[in-house]
Write a protein that binds this ligand. Structure first.
Ligand code: BGC
Length: 780
């Protein structure tokens, strides 16, 4: 099995078992295919393990303190019994232990040699994967070898519906010191699934469950296929659980291969009356195929994905692995076929943030998909289209019109940010106040349309998002007659250390942008798609006068920043706050909280959690001069605590743009390795998937220097000395641009189905790229 794995540069390895790192590796080793993600827990389980299988889009609320992405049954679970003794890491001596995630092929490999109390040595080797070609099929392929004994062996395979989400809410008033082994058991847990059916089928077993509040039904058909040995098969069904056990005699030196195959469907995929037949058909077909026949199309799909999105860094294998690790996680968490699911802040790899979707999608991750997997980008935006009814309710509930997108979103577009922390001790204001998410979604729509040229999406769906978000702002902005301007008071910008501010520059600027762009595309529709516009006008009660009012309002939105100034005040009054200088940094050059700062005075100091003004300079690059970018980077970077993992990648990109190269490199390390080295200390909750998207942007928009300016691709790269060159690919207006950068030159190869030329800019100079030719451009 080991021989199946890719070259070393594509592998992430765990070479010894360590309890302390169990939950960390569970996150890191998540496998998935966009349909679901399954944490890298051990097949046989382990005390303190935090198993998790999350089916994209399957949410439930019921007794949990807020809507949860449901933890569904684990399709990997297996236990091996040798003459009645169970093999696990507690009761056996472990002679060898290694797990390897193959990023290139989406496979998790494991080898463990167990020595039980009777001295019997069993070698267990397995590969697990979520099939990327048949997205409803999941497999553990394992080989057992009796190294020094002959005995009766039983493999127990179950699908256990008794799974829970962790509420991270103490079940006890005063938190006692529980040992790490049992601590997850001591948190309160939420049940989301109830029994529908447990059955034995022709090929194995079938379990169907349903969510308690939401209407989802979930079916699992599972079987164990054993080859090359006489065996006895038994199945068991019980309430909320099914199982199959296979027993055989294993002779000294003999190896037996078996495969646990599971097919999963939900009522999100097919009518609930069809779930069982879909599951059993897929399972049946899989059982008839050989392991190679199932694996091959999976590998081909992975190959195609990497052809579209790989990034190469020559001269730095570690950095390259880290970048690919981030891309791997971006690939396994999004589903181009599902237009009603999105990406939670921890992807499908853990329960942090309950699977909720934030601005992380549009601002941090969407660029990766737009430029490498445009169909996935479209699907992610379709989720925003489909959740617009919830966003409309949200606007209406607050006395506004149009669509107000929720800060945290699950399956309906209604706000699901918890108003309180789980322990009930602290108020969470982001749901009420972080309004800027609404512009982020409009921004995502136009970034996608501009890069892909998919005006069909704009006409059919995107325009409605633009108009509804503009309508929201036009009803939400506060008119101040004394100054004749529009303001937004009591809001929260991206920097969450300041929770209640007036006229956040980031927020107001993007509102202005949202109103202006929406007006512009209204007129574009009028000219190019009048009948579709007429339909929308009728549905939304929109007309030219309303759109003229958006434009007029945009002109009068208060932005506390005057022409000729360089430093932008993050919000009104920010410059008057207390200055507490940062004086100490950790070994990664990340700041420690300075003396005098504490959790409760964060809004009285100029220290900030994450880029806010600097974010604005990045998001709207055309609107600010180099001098403004530099002055603000220097001022705000010195005050940023990077307490969000979203922060470092943006500081890489803007560091390069403002010639702060050393800092840019430090921030890059921080972003690219956030989960591999667990530098935020909470990787166990799930992958920091926005940082993964930010890392892609740091490579392409930072080092690679790519920016879209005036709707054109432009490049101004910079590489650190130790990198010989980098290369990446971009999808652009139905074509594909391959880019490579070294210190002295850039190379481009442009392909387009209609053989069109492409006009780009490199370091401010126009360059024309004829199709199918390698064009080299010298760099200054
Ligand atoms: C950040 C937000 C982000 C959220 C989810 C918070 O800590 O401040 O900007 O959207 O995490 O990743």
């Amino acid at each position: 099995m080991r021989s199946l794995l890719s070259d070393k540069e594509w592998l992430v390895e765990e070479s010894a078992f360590n309890d302390e790192k169990l939950n960390y590796y569970e996150t890191i080793f998540t496998v998935g295919n966009g349909y679901l993600g399954t944490r890298g827990s051990l097949e046989e389980g382990h005390q303190a393990g935090l198993q998790g299988t999350y089916l994209n889009g399957v949410f439930d609320h019921h007794a949990s303190f807020i809507v949860d992405l449901v933890n569904a049954p684990d399709w990997t679970s297996l236990s091996i019994w040798v003459d009645g003794n169970r093999l696990d890491l507690h009761s056996c001596e472990i002679l060898e232990y290694r797990r390897i995630l193959d990023l290139k092929q989406g496979l998790l490999y494991r080898i463990t040699r167990f020595k039980d109390a009777a001295g019997r040595i069993t070698r267990y080797e397995s590969i697990r994967y979520a099939n990327f070609s048949q997205r409803h099929l999941f497999e553990v392929n394992a080989t057992l070898t009796a190294e020094n004994y002959s005995a009766d062996v039983t493999i127990e395979s179950d699908i256990d519906g008794q799974v829970y989400n962790i509420d991270l809410k103490p079940a006890y008033k005063v938190e006692p010191r529980f040992s790490p082994q049992v601590r997850w058991l001591k948190w309160s847990r939420s049940k989301h699934l109830a029994h529908v059916e447990a059955a034995t089928t022709d090929s194995g077993v079938y379990l169907e469950l349903k969510t308690l509040d939401r209407p989802h039904h979930i079916g699992y058909a599972s079987a164990v296929k054993v080859e090359g040995v006489d065996h006895r098969l038994q199945t068991q069904t019980q309430y909320e659980k099914v199982g199959a056990s296979v027993s055989f005699d294993l002779q000294e030196g003999q190896s037996v291969n078996f495969q646990k195959l599971t097919a999963i469907y939900t009522s999100r995929d097919v009518d609930k009356s069809q779930i069982r037949s879909h599951c059993t058909d897929v399972l049946q077909q899989a059982l008839q195929q050989s392991a190679e026949q199932r694996l091959q199309p999976h590998l081909e799909t992975w190959q195609r994905k990497w052809d579209d999105c790989d990034i190469r860094i020559d001269g730095d294998a570690e950095a390259n692995r880290a970048v690919r690790f981030n891309i791997y996680h971006l690939l396994i968490t999004a589903n181009e076929f599902d237009h009603r699911a999105n990406i939670g802040a921890k992807s499908l790899s853990g329960e942090g943030y309950k699977g909720h979707v934030f601005w992380d999608t549009e601002i941090f991750m969407l660029p990766f998909y737009i430029y490498t997997q445009p169909e996935t980008a479209r699907a992610l935006l379709m989720y925003r289209y489909h959740t617009m009814p919830g966003a409309r309710d949200y606007a209406r509930e607050n006395g506004n019109e149009g669509a107000r997108y929720p800060w945290e979103s699950a399956d309906t577009g209604h706000e699901v940010t918890p108003p309180w922390t789980a322990d009930g001790k602290e108020r969470i204001w982001t749901g009420e106040r972080e309004l800027h998410i609404t512009s982020a979604i409009a921004f995502g729509v136009l970034s996608y349309v501009n890069a892909t040229g998919d005006t069909g999406f704009l006409v059919d769906y995107g325009a409605e998002i633009l108009f509804e978000t503009a309508r929201f702002w036009s009803s939400r902005m506060e008119y101040k007659p004394e100054t004749d301007r529009y303001e937004l008071t009591d809001v929260e910008g991206p920097d969450e250390f300041h929770e209640l501010v007036d006229n956040s520059v980031y927020t107001n600027w993007l509102v202005k942008w949202n109103l202006q762009k929406s007006a512009r595309y209204y007129h574009w529709m009028k000219e190019n798609h009048p009948s579709e516009l007429a339909r929308l006008n009728q549905a939304l009660a929109l007309d030219d006068a309303a759109v003229a009012a958006w434009q007029a309002m945009a002109e009068k939105i208060y932005i506390p920043f005057k022409e000729g100034e360089e430093l932008i005040e993050q919000f009104e009054g920010y410059f008057q706050l207390d200055e507490i200088p940062i004086t100490e940094w950790d070994e990664n050059n990340m700041p420690f909280y300075p003396e005098g700062y504490n959790h409760f005075n964060s809004d009285t100091t100029t220290l900030i959690k994450q880029p806010d003004v600097v974010m604005l300079l990045y998001v709207l690059p055309d609107e600010f001069s180099d001098a403004v970018k530099r002055a603000n980077y220097e001022y705000y970077e010195a005050r940023t605590m990077h307490k969000s993992s979203l922060s470092p990648a943006i500081h890489t990109i803007m560091g390069i743009e403002t010639n702060h190269f050393e800092k840019a490199l430090q921030y890059f390390e921080r972003a690219a390795f956030v989960d591999l080295v667990d530098n935020q200390g909470n990787t166990l909750d799930g992958i920091h998937i926005a940082s993964a998207g930010g890392t892609w942007q740091a490579m392409v928009n930072g080092f690679g220097g790519m920016r879209v300016k005036n709707r054109k691709l432009t490049f101004k790269p910079w590489l650190p000395d130790k990198w010989g060159s980098i290369s990446y690919g971009l999808q652009w207006r139905s074509g594909r641009l391959d880019v490579s950068v070294s210190a002295a030159q850039m190379h481009f190869t442009w392909r387009h189905p209609d053989h069109q030329e492409l006009a780009i800019m490199v370091q401010g100079k126009d360059v024309s790229l004829p199709p199918n030719q390698l064009i080299s451009v010298a760099l200054n």
